[in-house]
Unconditional design. Structure first.
Length: 328
């Protein structure tokens, strides 16, 4: 069971430089003074390398970490960690190890001081780093608060993470990569994705006495496909890919609808097939050749969707103009 963040922890979140999208923060937002310490006190709206610093409510931080199902054995990496709020919350409220990557060295130093005050300095580290060139490949959870164009820029790094890594974004999405879960809280959207395994391609399927070929196509985590059993061609029914976990159904040559539950590991899928009236049996599928990387299979939606993303960002700022950025 988790506890709410103490009210004296400073607020954190990072927005990319809105001028790049033709946007501006309101004067009311810029005037707010988020907590800091006697050494350094960040200003709402202060500019960084690619970002403007603005606050995220405590309840949104907590919801982000809850949706990611953070556990003590996780490594949470916060991209653009500001004053360290999310990383500190992951350690203090969930027992995780956390790492914050922040370009502003003053915010890095502030984060380190707050972590010491919170008693989690042994579980949290903060680095002066550029998120686009820094290796965070060991993360099991990634958190961010960036405009969509920067989310899209991060996608190659995110898709290089281990399948099943959870990615949580405050307010902004990932273009055509649809979220696995959404929430809305205090006028803020929260999006969760699980990095999918690459299950696309042609697989030789062996499931007891049933042998065939499984052909799968994939768009991010969404699968479709068919199975070939000699002269029989049948659709893959209700395929679900979550991280490395792959579940689907096939109506086999005998007419029975069988349920397959497996995991994708490289060029193998291993799991159990469930048939009515029978004990589960192991199955295996082997892919003949390495698949095309997932991002190379996707249509590049960056240019086409840019106006919609800018409009969404503008609505986000307007909601804050209506009072969502008031101190809590």
């Amino acid at each position: 069971m988790t506890t709410a963040l103490p009210v004296d922890l400073s607020r954190r979140s990072v927005l990319p430089l809105l001028a790049a999208a033709g946007l501006a923060l309101t004067s009311a937002a810029m005037a707010q003074q988020p907590p800091g310490d006697e050494v350094y006190r960040p200003l709402v709206g202060q500019e960084g390398k690619d970002v403007i610093w603005v606050p995220t409510p405590d309840v949104v931080v907590m919801r982000m970490l809850q949706m990611a199902e953070v556990k003590p054995d996780d490594l949470v990496v916060d991209l653009g960690s500001g004053d360290g709020k999310i990383a500190i919350a992951a350690a203090r409220s969930f027992g995780a190890t956390a790492r914050g990557l922040e370009y502003n060295p003053d915010l890095v130093s502030l984060s380190q001081r707050i972590a010491r005050q919170a008693g989690v300095a042994d579980k949290v580290s903060f680095e002066h780093a550029d998120i686009f060139v820094t290796d965070f490949s060991k993360a099991t959870v990634v958190t961010m608060y960036l405009l969509p164009q920067l989310n899209l820029k991060l996608r190659p790094q995110l898709f290089a993470l281990a399948p099943g890594t959870r990615v949580v974004s405050h307010s902004f999405s990932m273009g055509e990569w649809l979220p696995d879960e959404k929430a809305r809280l205090n006028n803020a959207d929260v999006f969760l994705w699980r990095v999918p395994a690459n299950a696309s391609g042609s697989w030789q399927l062996v499931a007891g006495a049933v042998n065939g070929r499984l052909n799968l196509t994939q768009k991010f985590q969404v699968l479709s496909g068919e199975a070939l059993f000699g002269d029989l061609r049948t659709s893959v029914v209700q395929p679900v890919l979550s991280g490395a976990g792959l579940n689907f159904q096939l109506r086999e040559p005998g007419g029975q609808l069988a349920r397959y539950e497996g995991r994708v590991t490289g060029n193998r899928i291993v799991g159990l097939v469930h048939r009515a009236g029978q004990a589960p049996l192991p199955f295996e599928a082997v892919r003949d050749v390495d698949p095309v990387p997932l991002l190379l299979q996707q249509h590049d939606d960056t240019a086409a969707a840019a106006p919609q993303r800018v409009a969404h960002a503008q609505r986000h700022i307007e909601r804050r103009r209506a009072g969502a950025m008031s101190p809590r």
